[in-house]
Design a protein. Sequence first.
Length: 180
Amino acid sequence: MIRLFAALTPPLEIAEALAPRQQGLAGAAWRPPEALHITLRFFGEIAETAADDLDAELAGAARGPLTLELQGVGAFGEGANLHAVWAGVAESPALRQLARRCETAARRAGLRPDTRSYRPHLTLAYLSRADPAAVAAWIQANNLLRSPPFRLDAFGLYSSRRGADGSRYRLERAYRLGGG
């Protein structure tokens, strides 16, 4: 079994520019720049044979390059159940289409459909027993986040291994987004 997800990795300069915002929340486990990504589809624990099928299907999901930008911040969870803060991704029909193609690839590989609605973001920190008022204040202080546009020419299939200091990600396959 292997735990997999498809994601886009922002350029290092975009990820590093988020570092000044990654502070000011007690109980936050801030993610390092190399761990920041925009998930296209989380597949979960799957058998190695299904992973091979998924790889073959994802190879057909790639189309043209994407130009994205980060916009705004938010949190997942409410009250005592707040569990992450994130940077949002500005609306992009091309990004949503790529995420749909990754969902189609998963279904063709025999995986169950993802029933959650897609909300593109970069998780900046995982939270443990966060104070809701402190999270609200952090959101208010950072809600005008806007990055310059950045171009992405590939997406990847990543494995995830949980450790004491958080999850570690490894690029298993890269899929070039054609056209440049």
